[in-house]
Design a protein around this ligand. Structure first.
Ligand SMILES: C[S@@+](CC[C@H](N)C(=O)[O-])C[C@H]1O[C@@H](n2cnc3c(N)ncnc32)[C@H](O)[C@@H]1O
Length: 268
C-alpha cells in the first residue's frame, strides 16, 4: 500500500477531513490531497507527527515490515493456531499463586495469537495483550470471541512501548530475545516499576548454552540471554519459581533444541 493510500485510510477511519488533518499538521489541505492522490509525498520531518496523529507508526506509514514481523505475519496467516491453543504452564502458576478472586490486571507481552491471554481472561483475569504482529492480534480477537471472553489486544513494539499504568501480573513467553540487549535495563525497570505491590512477573527467555547449537537459518536479529540473567534482574523480588529447561523444537521444519530460563517472581 502506498503512503498516500495509508494516510487516506487512517484519516477516514479516525473521521478527520483533509482540512482537519492539514490544520493539525500545519500544512495546506491541498498538500494532504496531493499525498492521498499519490502526486507527492510528505516530507520526512513530518512523518513522526503524522504517525502520532493517525495513531500509527512511521514504519507502518511507509510500509516497512521488519524481517521478524514479516516472519510472524506469515506464520499466523493460516487459520490454524501456529502455537496451538493450549495455555503455557506459566498460566497455571499464575492461577495457583494468584487465584482470580478479583479481576487482577494482566498484561501479556508478545501474545502471538493470544492463547494465554484468552485462557487467563476466560478464568476471570482482566487481560490486555500486545504484539507487533497484527495478524496474531486478529486471531487472538477471534479466539476470545469464540470463548465468549474479552481481551484488550493492541499492537505495540516492545522496543518502544513503555507502561504508563500499573498491572498486577505481567506475563511473557518466548519474546524477550527480540529485544536488543542494550534496551533490557530500561524496559525491565519500567515493567518492574509499573507492577503493583505483591504483583507477579511470569516469564521465560531463551538462553544460550555452549552445547545448544544456534537455530539453523536464523539471522542476527535474535538475542539470546545469558543463563541466569533474567533471575538476577529480580534479585530484589521474591522468587516463586526458577527453572532452566532444554527442549526439542521443530519450528521451521528443522529439528533443533532451545534452552529456556523460566521464572515467576513476586514484587515485595
Ligand atoms: C515465539 S512467539 C510467542 C508468542 C506467544 N507468547 C506464545 O507463547 O504463544 C514470539 C512473539 O513475539 C512477537 N514479537 C516479536 N518481536 C516483537 C516486538 N518487537 N514487539 C512485540 N512483539 C514482538 C512476535 O510477533 C511473536 O508473536
Amino acid at each position: 500500500m502506498s503512503i498516500g493510500t495509508t494516510i487516506a485510510k487512517k484519516r477516514k477511519a479516525l473521521g478527520f477531513t483533509q482540512k482537519e488533518l492539514a490544520d493539525r499538521l500545519k500544512v495546506s489541505f491541498q498538500a494532504i490531497s496531493k499525498w492521498e492522490k499519490g502526486i507527492s509525498n510528505p516530507d520526512v520531518e513530518l512523518l513522526p507527527a503524522l504517525a502520532e496523529i493517525l495513531g500509527t507508526t512511521v514504519d507502518a506509514l511507509v510500509g516497512y515490515r521488519s524481517p521478524i514481523l514479516a516472519d510472524y505475519e506469515e506464520r499466523y496467516q493460516n487459520s490454524d493456531y501456529y502455537w496451538g491453543i493450549e495455555p503455557n504452564r506459566l498460566c497455571y502458576d499464575i492461577m495457583r499463586l494468584r487465584p482470580p478472586v478479583k479481576p487482577y490486571r494482566v498484561l501479556d507481552i508478545g501474545c502471538g495469537e493470544g492463547k494465554d491471554a484468552v485462557f487467563l481472561a476466560r478464568n476471570g483475569y482482566q487481560v490486555s495483550a500486545m504484539d507487533i504482529a497484527e495478524k496474531g492480534l486478529e486471531k487472538g480477537r477471534i479466539l476470545a470471541e469464540k470463548c465468549n471472553t474479552y481481551v484488550d489486544f493492541f499492537k505495540a513494539d516492545i522496543a518502544d512501548y513503555r507502561l504508563t499504568k500499573k498491572y498486577d501480573i505481567i506475563f511473557s513467553s518466548g519474546v524477550f530475545h527480540f529485544l536488543r540487549p542494550e534496551l533490557r535495563d530500561d524496559i525491565f525497570e519500567n515493567l518492574k516499576k509499573n507492577t503493583s505491590e505483591g504483583g507477579l512477573h511470569a516469564m521465560n527467555v531463551f538462553v544460550s548454552k555452549p552445547y545448544v547449537k544456534r537455530v539453523p537459518g536464523k539471522k542476527g536479529d535474535r538475542f539470546e540471554w545469558k543463563s541466569g540473567e533474567l533471575f538476577m534482574r529480580y534479585h530484589d523480588w521474591h522468587m516463586c519459581r526458577i527453572d532452566e529447561e532444554l527442549f526439542d523444537c521443530n519450528s521451521g521444519g528443522i529439528p533443533h533444541q532451545h534452552c529456556m530460563d523460566i521464572m515467576v517472581a513476586e514484587k515485595r
